[in-house]
Design a protein around this ligand. Structure first.
Ligand SMILES: Nc1ncnc2c1ncn2[C@@H]1O[C@H](COP(=O)(O)OP(=O)(O)OP(=O)(O)O)[C@@H](O)[C@H]1O
Ligand SMILES: [Mg+2]
Length: 370
């Protein structure tokens, strides 16, 4: 079995501004990706993800700061001299060449013999669970199979770091979900450091050891594991972007140990104050749809509010309830459907509650529906 050794990738105060542009594509990135880690950058379109990868591959040099691979400063080291390989969104395979020729392409450039290249291609096809197709034309493969060939080609040059730029986005949903597990498996088998970029949170959260969430201009808001991002977001952007969330904006009226009270248009809300907000500060209380309960089913004494049922969406194992709040916004509640839950009537007023523990207070920031 092929086993490369993964290397660490460090961004130390890295900023990047393209010549002739007004703003940064990457702003003060500080990320230490561990050797052998599956690390993803997640962020909306145009936030600077591809730019970050190009800084690692050597197609770009940072305007400020340094990129290190395996502890070595990469400044002045060209793309061909770096221990990296890149997989592009469109895969960039050669459709009129055989699978083996595609996989061996980078090796041919390096002067590896034809017999060696074929041997390597056969081994790599085993590794990516696509054995026996070395003589097929790439144009005759399915999307998922091409994906595997692209990964095999990336791994053929034995990179310490594999850079993947939204490689699944061209696949249909089912295949994309299947390939998530496959990519993770391949990464574990090889030990190569994977730096993966995507705007799809499902991908980032399911595959990665850690995720860096980016806002515009290449600012990295938070670097954490999937469950930390979901349960303990550090900024309003992360709370809003990762998973579904309800946002109630207001001002802090009182702090109380690990908790604080926020005055919002929907009422006074108590929540966790992990970032030590002060009285008077503008903030948002975030509550996940699954944390909103019917008051009659709960023992919570905080955050009991009266909302009006706007409409329902029955989704099998759960029911999504859209509620109108006194503040004039829509609040989303998700109820598990155990078969006994009576459907709520549109237009009725219900009492809901959510515990202070499940309510996250974060400094005010632009979100999609606060
Ligand atoms: N060669 C370039 N010259 C000038 N500006 C550029 C160049 N490449 C990218 N940009 C700008 O830098 C910013 C970040 O671009 P980048 O391609 O890194 O974003 P991205 O997160 O990969 O986006 P997407 O998800 O759409 O691929 C954008 O505002 C983009 O317009
Ligand atoms: Mg991109």
């Amino acid at each position: 079995m092929l086993k490369s050794v993964g290397e660490a990738v460090e961004f130390n105060h890295v900023s990047m501004r393209y010549p002739g542009t007004e703003s940064n594509a990457v702003t003060d990135a500080n990320v230490h990706i561990k050797a052998g880690e599956f690390f993803s950058f997640l962020g909306p379109s145009g936030c600077g993800k591809t730019t970050l990868l190009r800084l690692v591959s050597g197609f770009l040099d940072p305007t400020e700061g340094e990129v290190r691979i395996g502890g070595k400063d990469m400044r002045g080291i060209g793309p061909n001299k770096r221990p990296t390989a890149m997989i592009f969104q469109n895969l960039a395979l050669f459709p009129l060449m055989s699978v083996a020729q595609n996989i061996g392409f980078g090796l041919e450039v390096r002067g590896v013999s034809k017999t060696e290249r074929l041997k390597k291609a056969v081994e790599l096809l085993e590794l990516v669970d696509l054995p026996g197709v070395e003589n097929k034309m790439v144009g005759d493969l399915s999307g998922g199979q091409m994906q595997r060939v692209a990964i095999a080609r990336g791994l053929a040059v034995e990179p310490a770091v594999l850079l993947l730029d939204e490689p699944l986005s061209a696949l249909d949903l089912k295949l994309r979900q299947h390939m998530r597990t496959e990519l993770r498996k391949i990464q574990r088998r090889t030990g190569v450091t994977f730096v993966y970029i995507t705007h799809d949170q499902g991908e980032a959260l399911t595959m990665s050891d850690r995720v860096g969430v980016m806002t515009g201009q290449g600012v990295i808001d938070q670097i954490a594991t999937a469950d930390q991002l979901y349960n303990e977001p550090q900024t309003a952007f992360v709370a809003d972007f990762v998973g579904e969330n309800n946002a109630f904006a207001g001002a802090v009226t009182e702090t109380d140990g690990d908790y604080a009270i926020l005055n919002t248009e929907s009422g006074s809300l108590k929540g966790r104050n992990r970032l030590n907000l002060n009285s008077g500060q503008k903030a948002i209380a975030f509550v996940r749809p699954e944390a909103i309960l019917l008051a009659e089913d709960s023992t919570a004494v905080e955050n009991i509010l009266k909302f009006t049922v706007k409409n329902l969406s029955f989704e099998g194992s759960f029911i999504t309830v859209f509620l109108d709040t006194p503040g004039g916004q829509t609040c989303v509640m998700k109820q598990n459907n155990d078969g006994s839950t009576p459907l709520m009537q549109t237009g009725t007023e219900i009492k809901v509650c959510f515990s202070a523990e499940n309510t996250q207070l974060l400094p005010y920031g632009e979100v999609s529906y606060a």
